[in-house]
Write a protein that binds this ligand. Structure first.
Ligand code: WQD
Length: 338
């Protein structure tokens, strides 16, 4: 007996595909909508190999109101998870209008589609970047948001604000905002992983590409920060841990356990690691030494950000299972396979 039919908007993307796997493994029927802007159709084979289920992906531009409305005429959803967004921080600085148009219109169209069919239970993919250079560490959900450091981060803040205002008016429309820290790693089966259509810019895939000889070297962006070893600190969370948190958040909404609307949760493991510590984790699990050099700081980077995960643990029952070595081990296995 299915627990319900869920739309995963952006279901062939990195976090979306891992969440599709987790939803299926937890008894949900899944429909994906993705225009493959930053993903590949082959990921559906990987999902099938893991779950035995051939997920249908509707190749829809969710920023297109008419096309999205047609999608909602085909299915009656019990909930939705909205991942579909452009997410490259640097690119958002160069192309702000594309980021606002795509990221905001796709969210508005998904909210509208759910509302028109009398459905609810929306999980929104937000980001720790809404905190900017936080005044306190670890970051709590009550930590004030600071001015966004990029148009990408601004679209996440605006997405949250859209849902606050919408839910204030439509109190029967339940939503939850999930603020991701740094997603990394790949599914333990090695069948799916980060397979972006665009060149990798995040630390972990850059490390594995250098390790595999697909890139000449890694540049560490800054070694003069006020941290343990001078390199910047982030909270790395395994993508499968992150995926499971979405399933728990959806069940939290569908079972009516939310006491605020929207509900808000940080999703980080609660530990900060420096860039150099992540590099050493790669060297530990791969047995290879990584070719890297230290360079200047990257514009827009914060010195340190990591989560207090108490709220997600207490209210969602979420407990991360993977550590940085698991992240690097699965990321490296995926890289070698690609
Ligand atoms: C991590 C650390 C870099 C590459 C971004 C977005 C965030 C989320 C995750 C979408 C930083 C350093 C990196 C390299 C390096 N995106 N680094 N050399 O910037 O923390 O977060 O991705 O949800 O919203 O802001 O991630 O992986 O780019 O960087 O030294 O070649 O690694 O300076 O300290 P970031 P990242």
């Amino acid at each position: 007996m299915s627990k319900g039919k869920i739309l995963v908007a952006g279901g062939t993307g990195y976090i979306g595909s891992h969440t599709v796997v987790d939803l299926i493994e937890n008894g949900f029927d899944v429909v994906s909508a993705d225009n493959y802007h930053n993903s590949k159709a082959g990921v559906l084979d990987g999902i099938e190999a893991i779950t035995g289920v051939r997920v249908v992906n509707h190749t829809v531009d969710l920023a297109d109101a008419e096309a999205t409305a047609k999608l909602f005429e085909k299915h009656q959803f019990d909930g939705a998870i909205h991942f579909a967004a452009y997410k490259a921080v640097g690119e958002s600085v160069d192309k702000p209008l594309e980021y606002f148009r795509n990221n905001l219109n796709s969210l508005l169209n998904v909210i509208d589609g759910l509302r028109r069919q009398g459905s609810s239970n929306l999980v929104f993919s937000s980001s720790c970047s809404v905190y900017g250079n936080a005044d306190e560490l670890p970051v709590r959900e009550s930590t004030p948001r600071k001015p966004a450091e990029s148009p990408y981060a601004r679209t996440k803040q605006m997405g949250e604000d859209i849902l606050y205002d919408f839910c204030a008016k439509h109190t029967d429309f339940q939503a939850v905002l999930l603020r991701y820290f740094n997603p990394a790693g790949a599914h333990p089966s090695g069948r799916i992983g980060e397979d972006a259509a665009n060149p990798a810019s995040n630390l972990v895939p850059v490390i594995t590409e250098v390790g595999a000889g697909k890139r000449e070297k890694l540049t560490v962006f800054g070694s003069d920060y006020d941290t343990r070893d001078g390199s910047a600190v982030r909270d790395y969370i395994h993508v499968s841990d992150l995926a499971h948190a979405h399933t728990l958040a959806l069940q939290f909404l569908m079972e009516g356990r939310s006491t605020e609307n929207p509900s808000l949760f940080n999703l980080g493991i609660g530990e900060g690691l420096t860039v150099l510590e992540v590099i050493h984790a790669f060297e530990r699990v791969s047995g290879k030494s990584l070719n890297y050099e230290v360079g200047p700081r990257r514009a827009g980077d914060v010195v340190a950000v990591y989560a207090d995960r108490t709220k997600a643990s207490q209210e969602l029952g979420w407990e991360p299972q993977y550590d940085v070595d698991d992240i690097m081990r699965t990321a490296w296995a995926w890289e070698e396979k690609r």
